[in-house]
Write a protein that binds this ligand. Structure first.
Ligand code: NAD
Length: 499
């Protein structure tokens, strides 16, 4: 069955039948997904190699083990994440139990991108499963081998009544987006992000958009050149630069530029040898469209490092460009390849101004040992994330939310944030119908009076938060109840009125 309406109706029925409500069921599905990563690791590695010529080390660390560790973390924590979260309360609610219940949204759609074809698709899928949703799983058609493999494997590991792979390109995705979902999670470029957002808008569907953009990298004279060059080159050539949080361009003084270029050149040799094309550790550009787009970008400035390419292999050497025209394409669009332009600024204030005059980046990198300047950038710019003295590694910390801001995205995930993203935070106020509670809250009822108003003002007044445990709350509640009864009695109300 590949008709979007049929898939959506069938999964929605499964959701309403309550199958995904049980935490034990979710655990079984996540364990099965984990098993898929283990049992089919070689097939998955081969598919990544076929699509992107990813090395084993990158495939394991940034895709397969990344996914496995995420599931492990979820399984360690799922009982605590799913249980109700009891919240602080005011005097007025001392006898009540207010809490947050994590409800699954229902039917989620997860649309993945080609650059990390497993991780970017299946990490949010695991979050959606943990939160109790049914899921339509849409791999990117650009990473064809991975899409085909997932279409074959997932039905063997996940319950088909609740989780379904939907393959296809723009035409099929356009049809799919006409359906009603309860949550949409999209990873990809900002233009398609707008299309997805508009489709979600038809049903007011909540959406997470994990988009891209230009991620600046500010470097200053205080940073240790050798380590800085290594960390920037690694982030820029990981997956051949096709990483959403890759450093897009460098901001530095002219003087620093020359030192950095020397260090970068030396590091290329250290990492990839005399001829980087021969290195098994450099992936390849995903397709001809992106390859030709990048070759055009090579013309945007003066080539100081690299610049060579091979059309047959879709290989482009790690490259540095200087004297780039700020109005040229390379400074207007996300590069998404191993080309690194350098833009000169005279000081940290100019760098901040340069960043703030452009769209909000997905990531921002600062290489500096100057705490004052670092803090100045942190406090005066907006970006999805920041790493100081490193690149890309901020997204490995799964206790940090990962996502963009402005045109680089909305919403976030990773670790518990994935679970939260796919959970509706339902507020529940649990009261009982006993007499004591009725006495405490009766002053809200008409006929209104000055006495009732004074009582209400006292009960509802905001006080500094006291985080008392639930048993202490119960004792306090009881005492308050006695006190309230006493006050009420003394104001002339008779207890019999509430009996
Ligand atoms: P892509 O071409 O794989 O597209 C992403 C998804 O959108 C695919 O599943 C595709 O089928 C679907 N799609 C494409 N055109 C569509 C249309 N017209 N209507 C509906 N659906 C459509 O990936 P891409 O967009 O080339 O991905 C690269 C971009 O994604 C870069 O900008 C990168 O920075 C960004 N990205 C962001 C993150 C993040 O986590 N923020 C991660 C990876 C990539």
């Amino acid at each position: 069955m590949s008709n979007p309406s049929e898939i959506v109706n069938s999964l929605r029925n499964s959701f309403y039948n309550g199958r995904t409500r049980s935490v034990e069921y979710r655990i079984k599905q996540l364990q099965s997904l984990y098993r898929m990563y283990t049992e089919k690791e070689n097939e998955l590695l081969n598919a990544l190699y076929a699509d992107l010529r990813k090395s084993k080390q990158e495939s394991v660390t940034t895709e397969i083990d990344f996914l496995k560790n995420d599931i492990k973390n979820t399984l360690y924590n799922i009982y605590s994440w799913t249980k109700p979260q009891y919240v602080q309360k005011d005097f007025a609610n001392l006898l009540d139990t207010p809490y947050v219940q994590n409800d699954p949204y229902g039917l989620a759609l997860v649309i993945g991108s080609w650059n990390y074809p497993l991780q970017l698709l299946l990490l949010p899928v695991a979050g959606a499963i943990a939160a109790g949703n049914c899921v339509v799983i849409k791999p990117s058609e650009v990473s064809k081998s991975c899409a085909e493999l997932l279409g074959k494997l997932i039905p063997k590991y996940l319950d088909q009544d609740c989780y379904r792979v939907f393959t296809g390109g723009v035409k099929e995705t356009t049809e799919l987006l006409k359906e009603r979902f309860d949550y949409i999670f999209y990873t990809g470029n900002s233009n398609v992000g707008r299309i997805v957002h508009a489709a979600a808008n038809n049903f007011l569907t909540p959406t997470t958009l994990e988009l891209g953009g230009k991620s600046p990298c500010y470097i200053d004279n205080s940073a240790y050149l050798k380590y800085m060059a290594r960390r920037i080159l690694w982030g820029k050539t990981l997956n051949m630069g096709q990483t959403c949080v890759a450093p897009d361009y460098i901001l530095c003084t002219k003087d620093m530029q020359e030192k950095f270029i020397d260090a970068y050149r030396a590091t290329i040799k250290e990492f990839f040898g005399e001829n980087p094309k021969e290195s098994p550790d450099l992936a390849r550009i995903v397709n001809d469209h992106h390859f030709h787009r990048l070759i055009e970008l090579l013309k945007s400035g003066s080539t100081r490092v690299g610049g060579d390419y091979d059309i047959k292999e879709r290989y482009i050497a790690p490259t540095i460009l200087t004297e780039v025209d700020l109005n040229s394409k390379i400074m207007q669009e996300e590069i998404f390849g191993p080309i690194l332009p350098i833009v000169n600024v005279d000081n940290v204030y100019e760098a901040i101004n340069f960043i703030n005059c452009r769209e909000k980046p997905l990531a921002l990198y600062i290489f500096s040992n100057n705490k004052k300047d670092t803090e100045l950038i942190l406090q005066n710019t907006s970006s999805g994330s920041v790493a100081v003295n490193d690149t890309v590694m901020q997204l490995v910390v799964d206790t940090l939310p990962f996502g963009g801001v402005g045109t680089s995205g909305m919403g976030n995930y990773h670790g518990k944030y994935s679970f939260d993203t796919f959970s509706h935070k339902k507020s529940v106020l649990y009261k009982d119908l006993g007499m004591l509670g009725e006495v405490l809250s009766s002053s809200r009822y008409p006929p209104y009076s000055e006495k009732k108003l004074a009582y209400l003002k006292f009960m509802l007044a905001k006080r500094p938060g006291i985080n008392v445990g639930r048993s202490v709350t119960h004792i306090l509640s009881f005492l308050t109840g006695i006190w309230a009864l006493y006050v009420w009695q003394n104001y002339g109300f008779k207890i019999g009125n509430w009996m």
